[in-house]
Design a binder for this molecule. Sequence first.
Ligand code: ARG
Length: 485
Amino acid sequence: MKMWSGRFRQPLDPDFERWQRSFDFDRRLLRYELAASGAHARALKNAGVLSADELISILQGLEQIAQAAGVARALPPANSNHEQRTPEAAPAFPEDADAEDVHHFVEKQLAALIGETGYKLHSGRSRNEQIATDLRLFVRATIDQLLQSLGALCGVLADRAEQAADSAMPAYTHLQRAEPVLSAHWLLAYVEMFLRDAGRLADCRRRLNLCPLGSGAVAGATLPLDRGFMAQTLGFDAPTANSIDATSDRDFALEFANALSLLAVHLSRWAEEMILFSSEEYGFLVLPEAYSTGSSAMPQKKNPDLLELVRGKSGRILGNATALMIAAKGLPLAYNKDLQETQEPLFDSADTLLQMLPLVAGWMKAVEFHRERMQQAAQTGFMNAWAAATYLVQRGVPSRLAHERIGKAVQICLERNCELKDLPLAELQSLSPAFDQDFYQCLQLSAVLAIHDVPGGTAPARVRQAISAARKRIESLREEVHAHA
Ligand code: ARG
């Protein structure tokens, strides 16, 4: 039975009918649809609309659908973070060519299983509030999974930072050698980016955790349903405040998709840098064979496929966020069928990142750094020039003049193809009388690293502190994920 055929005299055009369905993609929301339906059924019973027997029979029916579909439980514990088994993966999943969407599917299945009582489940509710609820539950569960993966990735980066100990590498600005840094400091830069991403997702989760059930089609439920009870049953903090907003709001999906865009941008920058550093020209790292492929033509090749795909897939994640923003931007309140179009881009971004993050963590664990080559690169190319100018500043030379004097010294070195340390003291003193024998110490890599002795700087002691601070933040992210599981 259709959900709305009463007022129609003509059947739908069959092509239109097929085309407007969403069951092909919203079937993955089945687990949430069943959970929300269970909460609604209980509220109906409490409101006196269902008898105790009817409630039991509806709940059993929902459970049977869940089992047939391979969805672990129809009513997950609050904030369940169990690995989602997609209905597609379950061989027993009942196909239904006529189901318009996941809501229709459940209604049909329920009626087939328990008879007419099944049609009582929809009392006082609308698909508009259902889809809004299902999507919130989906985004919430996905955020929990992503936070777990981000925590694992940051953990690997922190491990690699610790293993790098005091080894150095060049840091670049404008992709030109700038100053030496500890490799650990460089790796921790990525931890910062990914922890910000985790923070954005956690923030999105906090804001989305309100329950639309009881909002009806637009004006609120037509039966006295206990909204607080339904919210609590589904692990939401409270019911949403306004039925018009609740049925049309997809901000949580937009926020989520945009948070994922930024995460994808970070992953893409990471991938780009690793690709560069793996090239012969840099030679800073060896691509892990387990994550690389060869060329069908050139026998010598080992290509950074994982990195290239990470960089490439960021495009579709950004595109999905844009698609969602554009789908939403012209919509009058409240529900419009356009909103159905927000699902596929949302699912695609979620799936893409859920698959990608563990692979990135695996790559990061496996990659081998050429520490000597990085260290060597950190000691050439005048990356001690600012430290050299600082030496003069500390001896009272105004910084603009110090900069200019060291610039002159660099120019002399460039002509002679040598480094600052190779210039004789007498020659330096002709540039500035402030130069002295101890100047040569300040040029050494360890001295250059050590002067960046501020919180967040690359002095080794500061970096060691930063590693343990990062570990604490990763741990509290893990605890947050645990609290939701
Ligand atoms: N499949 C629909 C969607 O995803 C469910 C809501 C349908 N509501 C309606 N009034 N037609 O948006």
